[in-house]
Design a protein around this ligand. Structure first.
Ligand SMILES: *Cc1c(COP(=O)(O)O)cnc(C)c1O
Length: 402
């Protein structure tokens, strides 16, 4: 598996252009940086000055700290009860979704003697976590009262469930709910918050954030104080169902390659793989690749997917097994053992985008990338050392929210 850190950085630059200089970027590096390596990704993006990094579990934040990442680390999902102390010692910023979570964080801060922060998540329709948006007037004072002497409430956010949907309506509705919750927080505790954070003037002194990748691409006017992109950085279109111009797509970052281990000519009638689901209709040349579902290549690609060998597309024949996958090289007589086959990525002028593999496997590119297993060594490449940011004119796919 190749990770093109030049492309990763170009994608970060494109998002920065899109949101403008007032909005901070919080690259989401959860699930080991979507399978590309969280520490590798964080180190590659560090020089571009992100606000910090986002993870989903305390342990993921601790891994970044241990690797020497000292920017803010937001845990954008509830901490597992009992995990507060480790998270506090690592100086993470948890997101809280209930008052009990605030209390546990306050006592972790007290017992470690550290000054810590938290962000409040607001549920505006995602339904996984967050305080209810309609009840902000009730929970906002209660959050403030439970912070204790060592915790500051510094951020508030929500998460869109449908920013990749062709219709903008779901996102418009969620934003409107979020806006109402922010107003209720301001009315209920605005003055006390400004006093506690020693800020004067008007406006909530909280970092406000909502957008994931699809949000940034389609609703840049909702970028607020910060955005939390993931998949776009990793080179996959956040809303593949929406036709957008070539220029709005991120640069591919990950490639998956395997070697041809064997090349054999087989007679008509020969069968391949478990269940013998492919039978040679003539003399065929089959190539055996050293990759399978044990590496994260979806089993659903059997008799459907393809590989690139010597810049040419060849079909996968038979079922994908755990360690081996067979391709039909009949039309590629020059192929020899040792040749590199590309399962995701480009070779010469040909390409198999991760979105294509995801569609063939009936899933999304997120699941393909995070499903690539540790058996695949990650190799850092920098195909575009000093990249130009890609343009992000979303054209047809862009829905405006006023
Ligand atoms: C995963 C995640 C993101 C990033 O989503 P992408 O679609 O990958 O950009 C942002 N915010 C939260 C809370 C997340 O869980």
């Amino acid at each position: 598996m190749e990770v093109d850190t030049g492309a990763l950085r170009a994608n970060f630059g494109a998002l920065r252009e899109r949101v403008g200089s007032e909005t901070r970027l919080i690259p989401m590096v959860k699930a080991d940086g979507y399978g590309l390596g969280a520490v590798r990704v964080a180190r590659a993006l560090e020089p571009l000055d992100p606000w910090g990094f986002g993870v989903a579990a305390g342990e993921e934040g601790v891994e970044l700290r241990t690797a020497g990442i000292d920017r803010p680390i937001l845990v954008a999902a509830p901490l597992a009860p009992g995990g507060e102390r480790t998270a506090a010692e690592a100086g993470l910023i948890p997101s809280v979704s209930d008052l009990a979570g605030v209390e546990r964080w306050a006592s972790a801060a007290a017992s470690t003697g550290r000054d810590l922060e938290l962000h409040v998540e607001v549920d505006t329709g995602m339904g996984r976590c967050g305080f209810q948006w309609e009840r902000a007037a009730e929970w906002a004072p209660s959050v403030l009262e439970r912070l204790g002497p060592r915790v500051r409430w510094t951020g508030i956010f929500t998460h869109f469930q449908g920013a990749d949907d062709p219709s903008p309506n779901a996102t418009i509705t969620q934003w409107e709910r979020f806006r109402q919750a922010l107003e209720a927080v301001e009315r209920a505790v605005g003055d006390r918050l400004r006093a506690s954070l020693e800020r004067s003037g008007v406006g909530l002194p909280l970092m406000v954030h909502a957008c994931n990748s699809a949000g940034v691409v389609r609703f840049p006017e909702l970028a607020a104080d910060a955005v939390r992109p993931g998949i776009f950085l990793y080179g996959a279109a956040p809303a593949p169902a929406i036709p957008t111009p070539e220029a709005t797509r991120p640069r591919p970052v990950a490639a998956v390659r395997a070697r041809l281990l064997l090349v054999r000519d087989v007679p008509e009638g020969a069968t391949v793989g478990y269940g013998a689901t492919h039978r040679a209709e003539r003399t065929e040349r089959w190539g055996t690749l050293g990759i399978g579902y044990g590496d994260g290549l979806p089993r659903a690609l059997g008799n459907r997917g393809a590989a690139l060998v010597r810049g040419r597309r060849v079909p996968i024949v038979g079922r994908v097994s755990m360690d081996l996958t067979v391709v039909d090289l009949t039309d590629l007589p020059d192929a020899v053992p040792g040749d590199v086959a590309t399962l995701i990525g480009s070779d010469g002028g040909a390409a198999i985008p991760v979105e294509e593999v995801a569609a063939q496997a009936g899933t999304i590119s997120y699941e393909i990338l995070t499903g690539l297993t540790r058996r695949l060594p990650r190799v850092e490449v920098s195909g575009s050392a000093e990249p130009e940011p890609v343009a992000l004119d979303t054209g047809a796919g862009h829905a405006r929210v006023e």
